[in-house]
Ligand binder design. Structure first.
Ligand code: BES
Ligand code: MN
Ligand code: ZN
Length: 488
């Protein structure tokens, strides 16, 4: 869906549908009044008749003489309106036109005067939400020929001041779509080689990009034994994907994002139970998030230098698979005792994080569907941020608040570190039941001593359930973070 900005009022709009927001006080703003004229006062009539009351997420479709659909959207009490309310209302409105012939929309939600938000913020949030709601997975499913689902464009009602926000929203929406598309693909399509090919096509499509791919031969030479151990059970060759974007002077230190790219996680020899194992196709959502973030940044040509690193590996049981009890020497030289082959994310990330530091990053952030414990701790609402730094996690959390893509911090205090000490190596790859997300973060922290690093566990936020699929989170938070960095 193309997202643009426009100042055409309802009179002038040629769109198939118009989104008109109404608060529960029932008062119409100038835009709604104009729409009311087009509807021969049907809005006033319906509100008077209590057919529509402006309650949150209430919608009503009316038809103008022109044949245009006017979608009334309730936003509830202005004093209680949050960014979440705006997201939900926009989602409802898009769903109201989803299985209709509507292709183009004028979205007038940003014309409302909100208590807490300026119209540029509302426009941004609503645009991202609209694109999200308009998405449908289509790759491996046959649709009927007459199923003409899908909006093609949305014009946000926004002035010049908001236009930049709309551009950012459009880039974020493209990024989110990229992430969802990759995340939702089945694991027999989306394997390490497929991810490498996607990186190649991104490098071709956008200016100022370059790509390096390390294959197993190269990684063997470099002694990335921890990553390679995980991939040993798979017929699919492991890859390390390194995609660079140079939007600032070459001398400016890069932001480096590392994404866990386990294209399928069976658990390996420590095999997972069968129920819901299919969901482990989403175990590359950290990778998908950095792909999406990268695309958004390249789309905006942000004035920063960005490097995305994706260790892409499949975790399978096999006669040659790594086993519990194995001790491997990581790329850093530190040794790891494998106590559970299902704690494979940290095994590939540690080598990728060590490698990432060769680029002398000003900021290093990894994103990973790392622990089931994270879902227990924060549910599906917030991503977990962990860091030994003061400022970096705050900056990430604040970016999340700006775009309503929430995160919450968990501590990485030294007291937790002893849970991964062992007699037989420098560390073991599991820390036991207590604080499972934190001890996973502790493991990674041992490879990130002298760098401005944060870890984000997205196990609870990257996908929803079987029906909804990949959410594209936390692309919005990450892109907003980088936008903020670019104007620092
Ligand atoms: N990919 C999983 C984490 C996961 C599980 C995310 C379920 C979302 C839902 C990860 O590789 C894993 O298996 N982690 C183990 C770690 C344990 C063995 C210490 C886990 O969380 O059970
Ligand atoms: Mn696992
Ligand atoms: Zn995993």
């Amino acid at each position: 869906m193309k997202i643009t900005s426009s100042l055409l009022t309802p009179n002038k709009s040629k769109a198939n549908a118009l989104f008109i927001g109404v608060f529960s006080d029932g008062k119409l703003n100038t835009i709604a009044k104009e729409a009311d004229q087009l509807l021969n006062k049907q809005i006033t009539v319906r509100i008077k008749a209590k057919d529509f009351s402006g309650k949150t997420a209430e919608t009503l479709t009316l038809f103008a003489d022109s044949g245009q659909r006017i979608i009334l959207i309730g936003l509830g009490d202005n004093n209680k309106c949050t960014l979440g309310t705006i997201q939900d209302a926009t989602t409802k409105a898009v769903k109201a036109v989803a299985s209709t012939p509507v292709k183009t929309v004028s979205n007038y939600i940003p014309s409302l005067a909100f208590m807490d938000f300026d119209s540029a913020t509302v426009a941004k949030i609503s645009a991202i939400a609209a694109s999200h709601a308009a998405y449908r997975y289509e790759v491996t499913k046959n649709f009927k020929k007459d199923d003409k689902y899908g909006l093609t464009s949305m014009a946000m009602y926004a002035d010049k001041k908001a236009a930049n926000n709309i551009k950012q929203a459009a880039a974020i929406a493209t990024g989110v779509e990229t992430t969802r598309a990759l995340g939702n693909l089945p694991p027999n399509i989306c394997n390490p080689d497929y991810l490498a090919k996607q990186a190649r096509s991104i490098a071709k499509k956008y200016d100022n990009c370059s790509l390096t791919i390390l294959d197993e031969k190269k990684m063997t030479k470099l002694k990335m034994n921890s990553l390679l151990a995980v991939g040993r059970g798979s017929r699919n060759e492991s890859k390390m994907i390194v995609l660079k974007y140079t939007g600032a002077k070459k001398t400016q230190k890069p932001h480096v994002l590392v994404g866990k790219g386990i294209t399928f996680d069976t658990g390996g020899i420590s095999l997972k139970p069968g129920a819901n194992m299919d969901e482990m196709k989403y175990d590359m959502c950290g990778a998908a998030t950095v792909f999406g973030t990268f695309v958004a940044v390249a789309e905006m040509q942000l004035p920063i230098n960005l490097i995305m690193i994706v260790p892409a590996v499949e975790n399978m049981p096999d006669g040659d698979a790594y086993r519990p009890g194995d001790v491997v020497t990581s790329y850093s030289g530190k040794t790891i005792e494998v106590l559970n082959t299902d704690a494979e994310g940290r095994m590939i990330l540690c080598d990728a994080l060590t490698y990432a530091q060769e680029y002398k990053p000003q900021v290093l952030i990894d994103l990973a569907t790392l622990t089931g414990a994270c879902v227990v701790a924060l549910g599906h609402v917030a991503s977990a941020v962990m860091s030994k730094q003061e400022q970096l996690p705050q900056d990430i959390l604040n970016a999340g608040i700006q775009v309503n893509d929430k995160a919450w911090q968990l501590p990485l205090w030294d007291e937790y570190q002893k849970q991964i000490d062992t007699t037989f190596a420098d560390m073991q790859n599991v820390g036991g039941f207590a604080g499972g997300s934190i001890t996973a973060g502790c493991f990674l922290s041992r490879f990130c001593d002298d760098v401005n690093w944060a870890h984000i566990d997205i196990a609870g936020t990257a996908w929803n359930n079987k029906k909804e699929g990949a959410t594209g989170r936390p692309v919005a938070m990450m892109v907003q973070y980088l936008i903020n960095e670019s104007v620092k």
